[in-house]
Design a binder for this molecule. Structure first.
Ligand code: FE
Length: 415
């Protein structure tokens, strides 16, 4: 069974990444910051966790306001580090464990944390700025990450208590994963800072210290604070400290603070902290007490495998067929349809479809596409592109002629 062995709190200021990439670790201005990470990096090297669950926020890099999720979990074997305007950073793509990510997503949703899932998208500095200070990455990262993005940009944000409950649910998810993995939870953001408006540059070190003390000793005192309270005390963008509370929710009971470093150089109070549960006890988790399932798999789908002719579209299927579904989905765009009509073979090759997928598209094999993980509503775009109706697809999927299928309908002439 997987378990959570500790927690890390860290700022994710982009300048940390810039200074790191430029090798400024020993410069007087940066040395106090980088020194502060060494104890945590040492603990990680000693503990050798398999996975880090990262509570972070996307800064309008990979996710945009046309559809901005409150909680979004990343699924993928690799995550590119986002180019945020200054070019690609010299770091390998982050690693992911799709089975673990899928399990956590299923467990969270079944635990009534309604989250989005993203795939094939890079992660930005919210996750990638502190990571190389914590983990070695030559030639590759030593473990995987589970990125969980939290909306801290566009109000309404999740409440502090909601983030804490997300963390509690993550703990239940990790502890119901059957593989024997060691997991660390990481809360990122802050501390005090404001990056916009006439109040830009606001800091309050007294509040930062108070926050860190309450975080360790009395998190309940932080859970009823409104977003306005956080903004008033720590500056507008310090509201991202609610992401630390997600980490705290995953570490119930009293904490032992093994490390705290605080450095305020220009505009953001940069902190890094390390926690283990006090006295090393494995706190019996609330999920177990509440009888929450403790096995992998989605209980809402139990028994569905016995239902013939039905293909549930879950994260595993979606992940395997992402390239195919993206190709089909893109056919909603006029220019993609034109390219497809001009040269079908070239369009499929350019989209990176496998030989088998190309064959299914070529032969308009609707049931074959479904069995290969294509989502019906992506397939619909393809069907419209080639002038096939849904009724014609249903007939083919059932293995019937169109006329025979229509004779099974109440009003066969309604076509
Ligand atoms: Fe941020």
């Amino acid at each position: 069974m997987a378990r959570i062995i500790g927690g890390i709190g860290t700022s994710h200021v982009p300048t940390i990444g810039v200074a790191y990439d430029k090798g400024r670790q020993d410069e007087r201005a940066w040395q106090p910051l980088f020194e502060g990470y060494k104890a945590v990096a040492g603990w990680l090297a000693e503990q050798e966790p398999d996975a880090l669950v990262f509570f972070y926020n996307d800064h309008c890099t990979t996710l945009f306001f046309d559809c901005y999720p409150t909680f979004a979990l990343g699924v993928g074997e690799r995550f590119q580090i986002a180019d945020e305007g200054a070019g690609q950073r010299p770091l390998p793509p982050l690693k992911g464990d799709v089975d673990l990510q899928k399990h956590i997503a299923e467990s969270l949703v079944n635990d009534e944390i309604d989250l989005s899932v993203f795939q094939g998208r890079p992660v930005d500095h919210g996750c990638a700025s502190p990571l190389p200070l914590l983990w070695p990455h030559e030639p590759d990262w030593p473990g995987s990450i589970v990125p969980i993005a939290i909306n801290v940009l566009q109000y309404p944000l999740p409440t502090a208590r909601r983030c804490f409950r997300l963390g509690q649910a993550v703990r239940r998810a990790v502890e119901s994963y059957p593989q024997d993995l060691r997991v660390v939870v990481v809360g990122t953001g802050g501390l005090s800072h404001q990056v916009h408006g006439e109040r830009a540059g606001f800091n309050d070190t007294d509040w930062d210290m108070r926050f860190l003390d309450l975080f360790r000793d009395d998190p309940e005192a932080l859970l009823n604070m409104t977003h306005a309270d956080y903004v008033r005390r720590g500056g507008a963008e310090s509201v991202e400290q609610i992401m630390w509370l997600a980490m705290r929710g995953a570490l119930p009971g009293p904490l032992r603070e093994l490390h705290r470093n605080y450095y305020l150089a220009t505009s953001t109070a940069m902190a890094v902290t390390l926690y283990e549960q006090a006295d090393g006890q494995q706190v019996r988790n609330a999920g177990e007490q509440a009888g929450v399932r403790r096995s992998a798999g989605n209980p809402q789908l139990a028994g569905i495998e016995g239902l013939d002719g039905t293909y549930p579209f879950d994260i595993g299927v979606s992940h395997k067929a992402l390239t195919l579904n993206r190709f089909l989905w893109n056919l909603r765009k006029e220019d993609c349809r034109r390219r497809f009509h001009d040269d079908e073979e070239a369009a499929m090759a350019a989209a990176g479809l496998s030989d088998q997928e190309q064959s299914l598209v070529r032969s308009r094999d609707w049931i074959g596409l479904i069995r290969s993980g294509a989502n019906f509503f992506a397939i619909e775009k393809f069907a419209r592109t080639v002038g096939v109706s849904n009724l014609e697809m249903y007939a083919q999927m059932r293995g019937e002629t169109f006329e025979a299928f229509m004779q099974t309908r109440r009003v066969p002439e309604a076509r």
